[in-house]
Design a protein around this ligand. Sequence first.
Ligand code: PA5
Length: 448
Amino acid sequence: MENISIKIDKTLKFISKDEVNAYASDVKKHLSALRNKTGNGSDFLGWMDLPSLINEAILSDIEKTAAAISEKVEIVVVVGIGGSYLGAKAVNDAILNNFEFLKTKHKAPLMIFAGHNICQDYMHELLELLENKKYAVVVISKSGTTTEPAIAFRILKNHLEAKVGKAAAKDLIVAVTDGSRGALKQLATEEGYKTYVIPDNIGGRYSVLTPVGLIPLAVAGFNIRQLVKGAQDMQALCNNEQTSFWDNPAAVYAATRNSLYKKGKKVEIMVNYNNKLHFLAEWWKQLYGESEGKEGMGIFPASVDFSSDLHSMGQYIQEGERMLMETVISVKNTEYRVDVPKVANDLDSLNFLAGKSIDEVNKMAELGTVIAHEDGDVPNIRIEMPRLNEYYLGQIMYFFEIACGISGYILGVNPFDQPGVEAYKKNMFALLEKPGFEEETKKIKQRL
Ligand code: PA5
């Protein structure tokens, strides 16, 4: 079985191989700190060995729960925000047929989301849709107290109970939360919901292979066994003392992006040439942004979808401020082939492409862009996925997780906390006059 692979040759105009290699001993040290739980944030390293701990009993239990729900509904509403929704959304969007939502028949329930924003119109339109649909709810919150999903779940719980009755609603709701603490845990126990635990030692953005990702994906009919298998294989490669620096893609990625950061490349753009990868980049942005953006440091994670965004962001990337690096996720094999046809009048002068597949054109757009960006001083890291399926998504997600741990340690921050996320919450509660926030309310109102 092929693995995802990394190439850094298009960064070598900006950094040398020796500069990357110079990180090898630090990387070894950081990997061993991650493995032995001796570094910053060591209470949150449960994700490191997680793939290999997911056994048949865990998988078949999740599949059983999922099957019991899937057969009853046409939609699964996943309630969660940040790390409690992005992993499932990334896998869902990467694999689902682009036009599944417009089809009339589906092999499995469609996954939609709530509680990932506080948009009133979104909620209204969602309730309007659900009125005539059979649906289940998977509510996910590690803390159990996050405002966005908590509000959404209040509304959806009421809606579902009013629609099908309290007893039937109970069987259509699954909670994924802390094992012992938090409002959601308490509510789930009181209501008798089937409940799955997010381990204490796994933070939201590292939780895709816990029930946070696996339950919604299984309900929506995805192959969670392949997802886990891909992650297990990447764990065996990257989380392994025997793997040399240059054979460890996570080590090479972490070292290369940090070498570039030191040369002033402060923004990393995650690039795809397959629109289905849009949300993998959103997941990656949370993973790296929350892990590294602290203490006045960190590469800013951004993303674009090419070739669409070559027609919008392309100008800036080619000629704007030179603080960019890019990481391209390239999918080697497509699932289908569609050729460019020959036409009689050749008005657009594209007959020279006749008989070539659209993917050949896409791959040349990719190559041409990489070379243009190299010329425009944008170094380019290339990650190749053999195909877009659950197995390789499992590989790439674990690869990004472990590379993020190494990269955060190279930077010198704790990659497993997110103290900055609290600032807006404090102000929002003060402005909403939450009991207990009286002092903050007074202070913030003076600033308005
Ligand atoms: O990475 C994180 O920890 C956060 O982004 C959380 O995932 C997000 O805030 C959701 O938290 P919770 O699952 O506790 O509702």
